[in-house]
Design a protein around this ligand. Structure first.
Ligand SMILES: [Ca+2]
Ligand SMILES: [Ca+2]
Ligand SMILES: [Ca+2]
Ligand SMILES: [Ca+2]
Length: 548
């Protein structure tokens, strides 16, 4: 026994430095962005507090509530009040925020688990969906970062559930969006919390001139949703609703996908449709078209291994059978990558974004122990997995300066100072949020730029002004990239606003837009390092100057 142990230690001792060396070699080929944590200096003090109902959730949303081009944000506080932070910084300058007012009373501003921003009524102001433990609320944006409750006017039943997930899409022909609410444990049911997951809800708009969601459809069974996303998994033009579910509390549950057909009740994909049973601690979900084949891949965080699902047979667009390529692609992120703690880690917010502007989407995963689960890592740093040329991902969280001993939950990936480098806000349980400014790439003589970039904002005609569901096909040199405008995913967190695209060394490109109604635009030419706006049927892109 002792000999076996000694041998094991020897193998581990040999393996660890080799792995570290290999990672160093891989990182040497990549541009590693440098982040500086500036929450307090930027005026952002906000914690996610509370008992076991707030072990989950803890999110926020970015939106531009005063139309000055600078992203503002709403952050959940659990039992602490949720807070609106209005961006008071300048383009290219320091991160700076001032506190605003969400217009929620003292009861409703507490017990908030997360936010998503979208323009529900199509007036050009983003509205805020407020997810809560108890009644949910919807805040209508009035401009100037003022809000008023609209859930009663719009007949949105806030329910009594413990809401932990949200997503929205515009079904074809509809002026207003379809809203999906995901709920966690039903605490009032006998035997709670074990096997007592609440149902989820789908709210489709009425046909009138104002949003009317009196018709509420139950998505049953619910299996304790922690994130959801509308996704056109097979390129049919008709998104389905995917839900990541937490096996900790369901009995006989699994990951789910609902078929959402206009004018028909939602229908769950089952074995007969090819849907395979997968039972994980589904926490956060993200989609990206990593292989540019027009179909999305999915990252789903869990306790232990992160999943990376790719359609098994891309030619067969009728059967949703997925293979897990997380190991091959290097995104399992199953344990902490720094420090002595080698227990499994716990992943939450998951999102693809190009942090170093090299034209390849990277993967961020917020990490943090549920509370004091001794079988899981307690010091569990967030992951920044940079995508290499070969499509594999390399951990760079420590090198980038985001590896901290905080317990991450939701996150917002956004260029908060509009300098073309994506910054990062992480909501932490029982600790102040982390606000990381992206400084670019570090060199001997200081920071230097990353790759080129473009930020693209769409403006559709009709109710879906921000063109949620639109696809962007960007071509630069020989590279093509697909992006989708969506509302949902991550964990209790989202962002509204331009789509950020890294361009590497290329200083121009073209973009084609597939608008949510399915029609394609012509090719638009654009120059790099600009914020561009593409209006429906416009001849050319418009360049937007900020801070003027
Ligand atoms: Ca703003
Ligand atoms: Ca609005
Ligand atoms: Ca990248
Ligand atoms: Ca930035």
């Amino acid at each position: 026994m002792i000999r076996t142990l000694t041998l094991l230690f020897a193998v581990v001792a040999l393996a660890m430095p080799a792995q570290a060396d290999e990672r160093s070699d891989q990182l040497a080929l990549l541009m590693v962005p440098q982040f500086s944590e500036e929450a307090v200096a930027a005026g952002v003090t906000q914690k996610y507090e509370g008992g076991w109902e707030f072990f989950v959730g803890g999110g926020g949303a970015s939106l531009d509530c005063n139309h000055d081009g600078m992203p503002d944000m709403a952050l959940a506080g659990g039992t602490d009040p949720a807070t609106l932070f209005i961006n008071s910084g300048k383009p290219g300058g320091d991160l700076a925020f001032k506190r605003g007012d969400l217009g929620l009373d003292d009861k409703m501003v507490r017990n908030v688990t997360g936010f998503y921003a979208l323009d529900i009524d199509g007036d050009g102001n983003d509205d805020l969906v407020v997810m809560r433990l108890g009644e949910n609320a919807v805040l209508k944006g009035l401009g100037d970062c003022r809000f008023e409750r609209a859930d009663r006017d719009w007949h949105i039943d806030g329910g009594r559930s413990w809401t932990t997930a949200f997503a929205a899409e515009w079904e074809k022909g509809n002026r207003f969006p379809t809203l999906a609410f995901g709920n966690y444990v039903d605490r009032t049911a006998p035997g709670a919390p074990w096997g007592t997951c609440a149902d989820n809800f789908l709210m489709r708009p009425g046909a009138g001139e104002v949003p009317d969601y009196s018709d509420k459809e139950t998505l049953s069974p619910g299996y304790c949703a922690l994130s959801m996303i509308f996704t056109d998994w097979n390129g049919s033009g008709e998104p389905a609703l995917r839900i990541a579910n937490d096996r900790q509390y369901y009995r006989g549950g699994e990951e789910q996908m609902w078929k959402i057909e206009p004018g028909r009740p939602a229908r769950l994909y089952r074995r007969g449709d090819g849907w395979a049973h997968l039972s994980i601690w589904g926490m956060g979900i993200a989609q990206a078209d990593l292989n540019s084949d027009g179909l999305p891949e999915y990252a789903i965080s869990s306790m232990g291994d992160t999943k990376l699902q790719m359609l098994d047979d891309p030619a067969d667009r009728s059967t949703p059978v997925y293979v897990d390529e997380a190991f091959e692609r290097g995104v399992t992120a199953a344990q902490p990558y720094t420090g002595p703690d080698k227990l499994p880690s716990t992943g939450w917010h998951t999102e693809f974004a190009d942090f170093n502007n090299d034209g390849r989407e990277d993967l961020f995963i917020a990490k943090g122990n549920v509370e004091a689960m001794t079988d899981f890592a307690s010091d569990d740093p967030d992951d920044l997995l940079l995508q290499a040329v070969d499509g594999k991902f390399v951990e760079a969280g420590d090198r980038a300066g985001i590896a901290r001993n905080t317990s991450g939950r939701g996150a917002i990936i956004e260029d908060f100072n509009r300098d073309g480098l994506l910054d990062l806000l992480v909501v932490n349980r029982k600790a102040n949020v982390s606000l990381f400014r992206n400084l670019g790439r570090q060199a001997d003589w200081g920071d230097r730029p990353l790759g080129n970039w473009v930020e693209i904002e769409l403006e559709d005609s009709g109710g879906n002004r921000a063109a949620v569901g639109a696809r962007l096909l960007v071509k630069t040199g020989t590279v093509s990239m697909n992006r989708t405008v969506s509302v949902g995913g991550g964990h209790a967190s989202g962002h509204s606003g331009p789509v950020h695209i890294g361009l590497g060394l290329l200083d121009r490109g073209t973009v084609r837009v597939q608008w949510p109604d399915g029609s394609w635009s012509h090719d638009y030419r654009f120059l790099a390092n600009q914020h561009i706006v593409i209006k429906r049927d416009a001849a050319d892109v418009a360049y937007r100057a900020l801070g003027e």
